[in-house]
Every structure is written in C-alpha cells, then in structure tokens.
Write a protein that binds this ligand. Structure first.
Ligand code: ATP
Length: 303
C-alpha cells in the first residue's frame, strides 16, 4: 500500500469578496514526492499555499496536513514554507540568522547549523547576509525552512531570479530531500526546469485545477501525439515516404505523428524496413505542449 498523503486538499474553494481565488481544488501529495504547481499570474498558487499554512480560511472544502487542520500544532510541525522573496536582516551572518530562526521554532541553534552544510553554504556561515548572492540567500531561506525537519516543504517560486547553475544546485538539494522522504511542493513559471525535476504536476487556471498527474499521464490525457523522425539510409526519403507515409522533411528524412499507445507498433513497422532506415528519433510531448493544451495559454517555456 502506498504511504498516506502528507497533504490532502479536497474540494477547496477560497474567495476574497466576490473573487473566487480557488474553486473546488482537490489534490494529494505523498512523502518523497516532488510536486509542481503551475499556473498563470493570479491562478491561485500562493492562495493554495497560504490556505495550507492556515493563513487563509476555505469558503468550502477541506485541507489536511498529515491528517491535521492547517495551523494546528501538528500541521505546523509538519509543514514549512519558503516565500518567493525572502528578506533577511543584512547585518547578521548566515549562522546567526539560522540560530535566530531555530530559537523561534523552539529548536537549539546547534541543531540547525548542519543545515548550512545541507544547502551548501557552510563556508559562508560567518559572512554577513548582506554580502550573499541571490542564490546564497535562497539557499539560506531553504535552510531556514528545513529547521525542525519538516515533512512537507512549500516553496513559492524558489528558483526565480537564479542563474541556471544555481537553479540546478537548488534542485539537486530538493532531489536529496525528496530522496529522504520529504514531500516538496513548489510553484514555478519555468516549465523546462519543472519538467525534469518533479514527479507530478498540477496546473491551475483561474482558480481551477485543470490537470494533475505525471508528465506522461498528462500527455496521454491530452492525447498529444508522439513524433517519430526517420532518416533514410540512402538519402532517399522518397522511397521511405512511399513505405511509411508521414511528412517529408528534406531529401533524407520523414516525420510521422502517432498516438502514444501506438508508438511501439509504429517503431516495429519501421524497424522491419531494415537497411532502408539509417536512424530514428522520437519526440515525446513536452511540458510546454501539455501546459498549452490544458491552460489555454501560450507557454513558450514560461507558465
Ligand atoms: N488577500 C487578498 N485579497 C484579495 N484578493 C486576493 C488576495 N490574495 C490574492 N488575491 C487574488 O486572488 C487571485 C489569486 O492570487 P494568487 O496570489 O494566489 O495567484 P498566484 O497564482 O500565486 O499568482 P503569481 O504567479 O502572480 O504569484 C488573484 O486574482 C489575486 O489578486
């Protein structure tokens, strides 16, 4: 049997006056999962986080954090949050700042110090935070969020403004935490980085959950085609085209679209042509295709 969910959201609606920020949203996140929340500006991602943290009350529906109500002692011990922009006092060192947050969370400063190592800024522990780069401040923010070993991490656009290397490093830390059983829920506008680094994806559009699942499941649900590109051995795309159909790309290659479920049958048909074929490439649907399909928004790599 699979682990029980750490986060259970059932039929959640949240309203600000007449504005429905969330409308009947349901989702569940299990230990060790890396879960991405995608959606346009104002789709309701931060509202969902704030409801899980107990700062916003549902108009209807239910949220449970490890089976407990948001804001309860058990939920607060389970969940931790990293807001999109963290503002730390610049005059404190990284170690001093972590010690301060450890005391606030009822932990000893000593117990929190290894977290500087976890997030890769132990070398800068005694430097003032004012001298940290944006990437180092995000790492410090993550260390702060990890105090007390939360089982569920909520990260609001944690990599926005980071360079590609810092983003990669940040995701590597999240991968390690998930490997140790932490559930990681992050919101992001960057489809390319989320695609490779999360296990499940939820797409919010105008407060509604329009899709939820792994990338492969979403691509199947959207019935997006797989594209198979076949290169002819003797620079004779004409002969190849006559045998397998599809579109001629140039003098050498032919491209075919097929349903995901038909991919293996199409590949065996092409393999049976033997020497006529020099090479095969397969393009499976990307997250920006899936995002565009479900959200009705143009993606271009950014949600
Ligand atoms: N406290 C509030 N009072 C009134 N309206 C609010 C409040 N908080 C959020 N909203 C509205 O609720 C909707 C959802 O906002 P939310 O911040 O959850 O979106 P988001 O998906 O996090 O957007 P972004 O990607 O821009 O951060 C928006 O229309 C926003 O203006």
């Amino acid at each position: 049997m699979s682990d029980p969910s750490l986060l259970d959201v059932t039929g959640l609606s949240v309203a600000f006056g007449s504005l429905k920020a969330l409308h009947r949203v349901s989702l569940a996140v299990r230990p060790g999962e890396r879960f991405a929340l995608l959606g346009h500006n104002g789709a309701g991602k931060s509202t969902l986080f704030r409801t899980v943290l107990g700062f916003v009350s549902p108009a209807s529906g239910k949220v449970e954090v490890a089976g407990a109500a948001p804001g309860s002692d058990k939920a607060r011990r389970t969940v931790s949050y990293l807001p999109e922009s963290v503002a730390f006092p610049k005059a404190l060192t990284g170690a001093e700042l972590l010690a301060y947050f450890a005391r606030l969370k009822g932990q000893t400063p000593k117990s929190a110090m290894p977290l500087l190592e976890t997030v890769g800024i132990a070398d800068a522990a005694n430097r003032r935070v004012g001298t940290y780069s944006k990437g180092m401040r995000q790492r410090l923010g993550l260390a702060q969020a990890l105090i007390g070993r939360p089982e569920l991490l909520l990260l609001d656009e944690p990599t926005s403004g980071l360079d590609p290397i810092s983003r990669g490093d940040f995701y590597a830390i999240l991968d390690r935490l998930a490997g140790e059983g932490t559930a990681v829920v992050l919101s992001s506008h960057s489809l390319t980085e989320v695609e490779a680094r999360t296990d499940r994806i939820a797409i919010l559009s105008r407060g509604r959950l329009v899709a939820e699942g792994s990338l492969a499941e979403l691509a199947r649900a959207a019935a997006l085609p797989v594209t198979v590109r076949v290169k002819a051995a003797a620079e004779d795309a004409g002969a190849l085209h006559a045998r397998i159909g599809g579109r001629r790309l140039n003098g050498r290659s032919v491209e075919l679209d097929c349903a995901a479920g038909d991919k293996m049958a199409v590949l065996s048909r092409i393999a049976a042509l033997g020497d006529v074929v020099a090479d095969i490439d397969i393009d499976t649907p990307r997250l920006d295709d899936v995002y565009r399909h479900f959200s009705g928004h143009s993606a271009g790599g950014e949600a």
